[in-house]
Design a protein around this ligand. Structure first.
Ligand code: FAD
Length: 381
């Protein structure tokens, strides 16, 4: 066992595993990942697989836009099928004010190389034939937005790090962290003590809890979100469709199932994986309002997971201001899967002392005190 790794990654989700993989590929020999349960236990095994560049802040837009480019190559690089499909996001507006705001954002996105445009209800209908379009006044549409199937990505990363001789300890929760001055000196689990040079906090909805073990704060809050899935039907819906009024989102996946998500009516701020009947009833009602022909199909599965939400809906990246070797890779709200290719590359570059290539002041944990916040307004659910 490597007790003194160069890098100890806490959390084996897409971002922890992705960072370990990039570091190992770059030649870092001693990388260890510790995971309290198993690799798909957190958000990486519970998300909707949505990938979009339609963002209102440069902080999220740049991460997502460049990740979409990377996702195109990802399957080939890892030698696996990710089910990455660029069939667009169609974001529906019910009133003129909302549509005007979306028009502004579409202009902003085009300035940054993203081909978003506003479409009429008729054009939206052509893009999404089964949607009842009467209540919508228009939509924004980006044909490069996409969906991906998260599970093969996470499984592929797990295999890839094993090929690179990274140690992965599952069922191994971090339970205590020792610090000395501005550094973490030891990380304890029930069976081992590690003395790493660097610690990466990729603990998802538990990232604040981990930070507290190290005696520092993060501005993150865990918030429950849920999804339900129908039986498989013949292909009829190409883009991800979002009702910007209710936050309901739905896409028909490669197997023909409709995957539907919606925020809870009463925001539940705790780490819980309990799924609720209230969600299922509301989401099913809203889905059948949106796509009436789904009224008689069967719901097959439902689950809950947690977003790790920051006040500005922008992730925390880079060393914690109070602990120089404690690298943050968390606070991803509902978009931590889609940006994974870029945020793991940034994290690798920071650890190796290379230029991260992005304006990092927007992602620093102390951005709220430093006045460098670039808050996100285009949040769904
Ligand atoms: C319902 C839902 C829908 C979503 N939809 C989308 C979407 O469409 N697109 C998108 O991009 N994102 C989406 N997300 C968000 C996305 O899933 C997450 O942002 C992303 O998966 C985070 O990955 P991660 O690797 O950072 O963390 P996680 O996948 O959460 O992994 C963190 C891991 O850390 C482990 N851990 C925690 N504490 C400890 C500890 N003390 N010791 C050891 N291990 C620990 C956990 O067990 C967990 O496995 C959604 C999330 C949910 C819940």
């Amino acid at each position: 066992m490597r007790a003194r790794p160069e890098v100890l990654v806490v959390g084996a989700g897409v971002n922890g595993l992705g960072t370990a993989h990039r570091l190992a590929k770059a030649g870092v020999e001693d990388v260890v990942v510790v995971e309290r349960k198993y690799p798909m236990y957190g958000g990486s095994g519970r998300n909707g697989g949505g990938v979009r560049a339609q963002w209102a802040s440069l902080s999220n837009l740049e991460l997502a836009r460049d990740s979409i480019d990377a996702w195109k190559r990802y399957a080939g690089e890892l030698g696996l099928h990710t089910w990455f499909r660029q069939s667009g996001y169609l974001m529906l507006a019910r009133d003129r004010d909302k549509l005007d705001a979306m028009r502004e954002r579409a202009r902003f996105q085009r300035q940054h190389g993203i081909p978003t445009h506003i479409v009429s209800p008729q054009e939206a209908q052509d893009l999404a034939p089964p949607v009842a379009m009467e209540r919508y006044v228009g939509a924004s549409y980006c044909p490069e937005d996409a969906v991906i199937f998260p599970w093969p990505v996470v499984n592929g990363l797990r295999e890839a790090i094993e090929d690179h001789d990274v140690d992965l300890h599952t069922r191994t929760p971090v339970t205590d962290v020792t610090t000395d001055g501005d550094r973490i000196t030891a990380v304890g689990t029930p069976e081992h003590t590690f003395e790493p040079d660097w610690v990466v906090n990729a603990a998802g909805a538990w990232s604040s809890e981990l930070a507290q073990m190290a005696g520092v704060d993060l501005p993150n809050t865990p918030v429950r979100h849920q999804i339900f899935v129908t039986e498989a039907l013949r292909p009829m819906l190409d883009p991800m469709v979002v009702d910007m009024h209710t936050g309901l989102y739905v896409n028909q996946d490669g197997r023909g199932e409709f995957v539907t998500g919606l925020g809870d009516r009463h925001r539940r701020e705790e780490v819980t994986h309990a799924a609720s009947f209230d969600f299922l009833r509301r989401a099913a009602d809203q889905l059948t309002d949106l796509i009436p022909s789904l009224g008689s199909v069967n719901a097959m599965r439902q689950w809950a997971g947690c977003y790790d939400v920051t006040p500005d809906h922008v992730p925390n990246l880079g060393p914690h201001p109070e602990l120089a070797n404690f690298v943050q890779l968390n606070g991803f709200s509902g978009h931590g899967f889609m940006v994974s290719p870029v945020v793991t590359e940034i994290t690798k570059r920071l650890i190796l002392g290379a230029d991260p290539r992005y304006e990092m002041s927007r992602y620093r944990v102390d951005r709220f005190e430093q006045g460098t916040v670039d808050a996100e307004a285009m949040v769904i659910g």
